[in-house]
Design a protein around this ligand. Sequence first.
Ligand code: IMP
Length: 496
Amino acid sequence: MFDWLNRKRVVGIVDNQFGDTGKGKFVNLFTNWADVTVRGTGGANAGHTVCVGDEKYFLHLVPSGVTHDDHQKEHIIGRGVALDPKCLLDELEVLRAGGLACNNLLVSTHAKLVMPYHLLEDRLRECLAGGKKIGTTGRGIGPVYQDHVARLGLTVNDLLNVDLFAQKMMCALMAKLPALRSFDPDVVREIMCHSALGGGKYYESEHAIFNPEAIIADYRLYGERLDSMVCDTDEIVQNAIQNGKRVLLEGAQGLLLSVDYGTYPYVTSSDCSIHGLAVGAGLTMRDVDEVLGVTKAFHMSRVGEGPFPTEMGGEQSRAWCATATRQSEAITFPDANLQSDNSFLLGVAIRKHAGEYGTTTGRARRIGWLDLPLLRHAIRVNGPNLALTMLDVLDECPTIRICTAYTYEGPPVRLGSKMIKTGECLGVAIPDSHILQHCVPIYEEFPGWECPLTDVRSAEDLPEKLMELVDVVEEGASAKVRFLSVGPDRDQTIAL
Ligand code: IMP
């Protein structure tokens, strides 16, 4: 399985789409190979489901490797992560109650600290954004990174120095309060009393909004509980490489949600490409030997707002998914099935069949066909090695569609020295929402393989029709498919 990694030292596993491609399973598999696993971007907005035997673990902040529970291996939350200490401690408690020791977990002194006011700012923005909503996870991620570049941020190390913590927090609060006071006080109070903000324990009054003592008291306790894990993880990772150890970089979210390479502005606030991941782990791209881009096929999904050219059912799907849940969908569309020739209903059927509901928020994920123009863009950044996942989802689908190019149907637009004209054919996606929203997919249709894949374990036993589709991806996107995943378990993985 790891032959192609012969003599490699640093490998990154990233998601080539909008997150939720099943990257957690591959990270978990690769921790067999690695000595050290490092998360470098995002925060508790991420959600990884890892299946080990009959156990299912839901992870948000803790690197997926912890489910191996091997005392020799180290798991690191790197400098690029937005760390909500309460989320981390709660997650560790659940994992330990489930029998995982979670030893050898280290947290970077430089990880960015999520504060209660970040959750308020994130939620206020979303409440009042109207049609400009991003559909964030509400975990305060955007405001944390905003504070970092605005030089108002706190880091995990500040938890260990209570006086400094208090000073820095007051300084940030003073800078924020005038703007926060300009919002409707009823909306502010309602958000401050939400369970995610401790049910009102940090709320003081309309004028002060925050009770600093309540925050300091809680964060002091978090610092005490995390104390033994906090260290200079950059040094640990760099030393590990020098000592010949194998380092696995664990991505979060997906390339198309990257603040630098994604469908801006409908993105998260960290760079979830391999570049951002390397930096967030305390390294540079020069240190990275190999990258695996996890890519869902032959459907894909997106959660939250933003353009999604191949979305099944288009605008109807986007609007439905804005409020739908697993329960509401089961009641409203009990008969949606994979043979449906109505795009919207086929999308519902795939979502139900594949359980495409957010791990972090429970939201219904929007479903579309595999989009090669977006994949070509992702491969330019993350490189050609792919793991194609969730192949078994479309086992019963008689017809598979792949988007091979777009027709641009918007008004003419300049892109540097080029002019993109109405009606022009685009082979590589331009990840700008204003352009992407006018891109209409050109599809090729293929017969489905129409047989169960979940028990297949070797490449020779895979149906020919499926392998033809794999060829379409390899040739159409100049990719090298390294793995096929036919189910959530580690052993449901075929190396090619
Ligand atoms: P934020 O990261 O909470 O600021 O949300 C920004 C956008 O990224 C929203 O559309 C979220 O739905 C999306 N997003 C953030 N984390 C994930 C993830 O782990 N999987 C899928 N989408 C995500």
